[in-house]
Design a protein around this ligand. Sequence first.
Ligand code: DAH
Length: 528
Amino acid sequence: MLRLAPSRGLLGRVKPLRAAALPRHFPSLPVFALYPRRNQSSNSVPSSSSSVASSSSPSTSTSSYTVQNRSYHRDDWSNAPPVILSKIGRNLHLTPNHPISILRGIIESHFAEHTSVTPSTPIVSVYQNFDELGFAPDHPGRSLTDSYYLNREHMLRTHTSAHEVETYRSGLDAWLLSADVYRRDEIDSSHYPVFHQMEGTQVWPTTSLHELQKRNAELAKQLADCPLVIEDPTTISDSNPYQASHDPEHAAQITQHLKHSLNGLIFRLFGHTTQDGEPLKVRWIEAFFPFTTPSYEVEVWWNGEWLELLGCGVVMQKTLDQAGVSHKSGWAFGLGLERIAMVLFSIPDIRLFWSTDSRFLSQFREGEITTFKPYSRYPPCYKDMSFWVSPKQQAAVAASGSGTARVESRASAWERESGDNGGKEAGVSTAGGLEPSATTATTTTPVGGKDKAFHENDYCEIVREVAGDLVETVTLIDEFTHPKTGRQSKAYRINYRSMDRSLSNEEVNALHAQVQDRLVADMGIEIR
Ligand code: DAH
């Protein structure tokens, strides 16, 4: 079975957990809640822009979006669909007794001196999300296939780091900011276009950095008492340097404090999961982020494999300068709450977090990490879809000079950017880097237009718009190019499953037909 985007190390995203990595009690048939379904055609609009929308009912028209009572004009860059905007305000990270909120609370109580911060809206400027943090103008994460835009100036944040500058500007020195983040993606048990991250940071006035040495010695002593093995082969080098403007002694103390703090947090979260007196194993890896140096990723040895938990580093002085606090220095980290919660609570499918079923929600209690007990198993029903890619889409690929490489995931592209690619060349984003196709402005969801190169994320998004959370996985099972005509064929297997009832074959057939019709209409595919 072909899988072009099998796993991603993207920070904050959940790496697909291999079956072997799941504890035995993981059900083979995951359960999940029904998604509010919207069966819109690409040109229809749910309500007019003049309607007053509540924060939980965003609206779109051909000319504007209304989200949280604010109107955003639409332009040729708009690609945020209503089904995604409808998630704004769910705030799983603030929902009492919800695993995401429980995990947030545990981390907050671990960092007791940090202030908890909750941004009021997930809508940020493109500048905040990318430019202010030093992301290159052609960074793949900016592409229309990877991120959700309201227009050329505003987008749904793709990471909590988008709030770093404004939070430093507020004068806080130690804070934890949790929020929902949005990224266009494929569909499987560990990827969902909305998920939650926590950004944590601590900065000090340069004049007090000399105090860190003593604090670090205390933290090192506390950690030495924990059954914890820390693998840390990282060094400071030209590829992961201290900042030129930093006193190397200060930078070393900040880095040390970062490492001690995060090792302590990881022990707090995972320390109880080791068995037979085995110490917990944590591994530090050198990384690259545009807004930190030195930078690291941290992994924990869990159920026989390394699980990537977070990214972190010493905050770029430029970021603090922009926030008007040039006299401070410190560290920051960003972690994905779903990825950690899935492991700690043994939650097998990321869609479960969105369940409103009391059989899910009633299982969890504030402050406690407990094992999820599956409450229902309904059979999956899969349907295959074989099609020819539209000639125009194929021409768009050919014109860009990239074939199947364009189907690669955003994650791998982001990883490349962060130096994880072993020196491979940077890919071209399907949306054509910063420029959208001129033809994309006319439909509700411009992405996946008939004249643009085929992208799996566009395909998945249309499937999700029609089938909602009834779709469990979308997997590429075959692809080939016809030897004579040169036409490209693809076959996807769409797996449908409901958490609270058995889906009849007729019902799935009808749903699949709707999905197919939308894909034909929006992407110009030709069913084979
Ligand atoms: N924002 C990064 C991401 O989503 C994660 C991250 C990395 C946050 C390093 C940080 C950091 O604060 O220092 O991939």
